[in-house]
Design a protein around this ligand. Structure first.
Ligand code: SF4
Length: 439
């Protein structure tokens, strides 16, 4: 038995959705009257885990070991995808106090109270009814805020654990999303990024009972006064419907940035990954997107060294990168996730081959990213200021194309200012303020 915690620390790993969940857990703890503290001092530490991390499970056990150094014994809660995948095994192996899956974290305060009473506190249920209605209202939010609209995935890519840890695709209801978006804007958000494992698969009934896709939802959010920008991530190529592409041409607040993972440029590997799209169908989607919005910045995800990937398959990936010209992209070495079909496939690729391919891929992506940034020099655009820079008077914001813009301006965090891009680097650009528009 441990005393009821008075202070807490939430440590989140992984994707933006995990960061969002971590913030919501912090809000839950604050609503219970606990105060935030550093991990080394907190009475309760929540490890909000990510199963996409390499050797994710082992890392959680070493994180737990570190928290217990120097005779400390904080209450430890393991949340997120590793909690979902490991369940009671974590309690057995590491004697943690609470285990809570990503669809059950609204029950965290209850579980913490149970643990304080010395009772078992494990909840990895995936209830169909949404957890969101049980989360507290959000009072203070950054200028750029996240809003989860969809969770789970039905795609079952052969390398991925998400369908097992986050469950089937579920869309939050229209009204709940619109209300939360309005509350975020009232609390100071100027930009909202709609989050989902397959965000563009979102579907729901609007206030009149008509079935809408993500484009309909975006058009509804577009009408919220005070909201200046809308983004969404992560999308699946197969759910990139015409209405959403048209919205990019018609909705001014919808930013010209699309993160559309492809994973490989080889049809043979895409089939083995069960991606359910081909190289050609992916490229045709991007053509339609660029026809709708010519200045669209494109982003993607790649896995190198998927089982059976030959040098010819990898050459197809490099040629796809050349064909697209990404503004940015994420690339990773394949690493097997226990329980997924790919983990048991023959022809696993040697680590040194993966290393070498990853270096070549990243060189190509970096080249295109730098070229994209250089091509934006001279462009005029709005920049939403998000934080202070390291230099005196420096501010950092985001361009419509999700570039980090560094500048010095007589403005405050949360302001949207007009800027001319003045110089470019591989990972950022600098800008000069043109006119200061009141926020
Ligand atoms: S689309 Fe594939 S990679 Fe993305 S979450 Fe679903 S199964 Fe995982």
């Amino acid at each position: 038995m441990k005393p009821a915690p008075k202070t807490f620390h939430v440590k989140s790993f992984g994707c933006q959705m995990n960061m969002y969940d971590g913030d919501r857990m912090s809000e839950l703890m604050s609503a219970e009257g606990m105060t935030p503290a550093e991990a080394a001092e907190a009475d309760l530490v929540v490890l909000n885990t990510c199963h996409i991390r390499e050797r994710a499970t082992e890392k959680v056990y070493s994180d737990i070991g570190r928290l217990r150094k120097n005779g400390r014994a904080p209450m430890i809660a393991v949340a997120g995808c590793v909690a979902q995948a490991e369940g009671a095994e974590i309690v057995r192996r590491a004697k943690v106090d609470v285990v809570v899956g990503p669809q059950a974290y609204h029950n965290l305060p209850e579980l913490v109270a149970k643990a304080a009473r010395g009772e078992a506190a494990l909840d990895t249920d995936m209830p169909v009814e949404t957890k969101f209605g049980r989360l507290p209202a959000r009072r203070r939010v950054p200028p750029s805020a996240f809003l989860t609209v969809q969770e789970g995935c039905d795609k079952f890519c052969t390398y991925c654990v998400v369908p097992y840890t986050r469950g089937a695709e579920v869309s939050r209801p229209w009204g709940a999303i619109v209300d939360e978006a309005k509350a975020l804007v009232d609390a100071g958000a100027k930009e909202i990024t709609l989050l989902g494992q397959n965000v563009n698969a979102w579907e729901g009934e609007d206030a009149s009972g008509n079935v809408q896709g993500l484009d309909g939802l975006i058009r509804a959010l577009d009408r919220i006064e005070g909201l200046k920008r809308i983004r969404y991530t992560t999308s699946h190529p197969n759910d990139m419907r015409e209405g959403l592409i048209v919205a990019h041409a018609e909705v001014e607040k919808l930013m010209p940035f699309l993160h559309l993972p492809v994973q490989s440029g080889s049809d043979r590997i895409l089939k083995a990954m069960n991606r359910s799209h081909s190289r050609d169908s992916y490229l045709r989607i991007l053509d339609r997107v660029r026809a709708a919005r010519p200045d669209m910045a494109l982003s993607g995800d790649f896995i190198v060294g998927f089982p059976g990937e030959t040098e010819a398959d990898f050459a197809d990936t490099l040629s796809l990168v050349d064909a697209v010209g990404y503004a940015q992209a994420f690339s990773f070495k394949y690493s097997p996730r226990p329980g997924t079909p790919a983990a048991d496939m023959a022809e696993q690729i040697a680590p040194e081959v993966m290393d070498e391919r990853l270096q070549r891929l990243q060189a190509a992506i970096n080249r295109d990213q730098e070229a994209f940034n250089l091509a934006s020099v001279g462009r005029r655009c709005g920049v939403l200021l998000e934080r202070k820079g390291k230099l005196p008077g420096q501010l950092i914001g985001k361009s419509p194309w999700l570039q980090s813009v560094h500048l010095v301006a007589d403005a405050a965090i949360g302001d949207m200012i007009e800027v001319e891009i003045a110089a470019a680097w591989p990972n950022s650009v600098s800008g000069v303020e043109l006119v200061h528009e009141a926020a």
